[in-house]
Design a protein around this ligand. Structure first.
Ligand SMILES: [Zn+2]
Length: 230
């Protein structure tokens, strides 16, 4: 007949063996996330280019140059974080290079590029001007017809607010290039070329990198919220 002590020892031994067994199973099969994380593709569109300079700043800087510099900084930042990026243009040229040039055809070529490259998100980069020369800082515009674009704009605006201090709510806009992209799409107006400080800052690589970092963080946050990798 077993004593209480013997039974207790046997129970303890069984428990130890059972936990060792389960530990072996668990350690061989570590718990992994079951969330599917497809890789995301971000299409970045530096506004204007080629014969279209866009706005001309008070310092004489052309919008197309500033847009391209910030777009290139943004693409580097995103690629470093593992995101696949395509640029509609990576030099000073129009996007629609077949047939006669028109602003509308060039805009449609940008949206078409996003579709052809299976974009998850479409980001067009522009710079503002306004007559009072007092407004400054980035503003994010989103496609009026798209709730996803509105959420994307909110996330990017919040990131710009937390990393750069500019607290500007996103604004809806009717823009062909956003509408035709057919994916969450925003137009990020990166600053005012009519404002002396913005105009001076926007041409410096360090400010371009800061802007790129704030935008990239917002985009990554939005993608992660929707289960996208990396
Ligand atoms: Zn523009």
């Amino acid at each position: 007949m077993k004593t209480r002590r013997t039974i207790l020892v046997e129970v303890m031994a069984t428990l130890i063996l059972a936990s060792a067994f389960w530990w072996t199973i668990i350690s061989r099969h570590p718990v992994t996330s079951t969330v599917v994380s497809p890789n995301s593709i971000v299409v970045i569109d530096p506004g204007h280019g080629g014969r279209d300079p866009g706005a001309i700043g008070i310092t004489g800087v052309w919008e197309k140059q500033v847009n391209l510099a910030v777009s290139l900084a943004l693409s580097s930042d995103l690629r470093e974080r593992g995101v696949t990026v395509y640029l509609t243009r990576a030099s000073d040229q129009a996007v629609n290079r077949s047939g006669p040039y028109s602003v509308k055809n060039d805009l449609l070529a940008r949206s078409r590029f996003a579709k052809q490259h299976h974009a998850t998100l479409f980001i067009t980069i522009h710079s503002n001007i306004e007559p009072t020369r007092t407004m400054q800082g980035p503003i994010v515009y989103y496609d009026t017809h798209s709730a996803a674009s509105s959420q994307l704009a909110i996330t990017v605006s919040q990131s710009i607010h937390s990393l750069m201090g500019y607290n500007r709510p996103p604004r809806p806009i009717n823009q062909l290039v956003l509408e035709e992209a057919e994916v969450p799409a925003v137009n990020i107006e990166i600053g005012f070329l009519s404002h002396s400080r913005d105009s001076a800052q926007l041409i410096t690589p360090s400010y371009q990198r800061t802007l790129a970092q704030a935008i990239a963080s917002g985009l990554i946050q939005y993608l992660h919220q929707r289960g996208y990798g990396p």
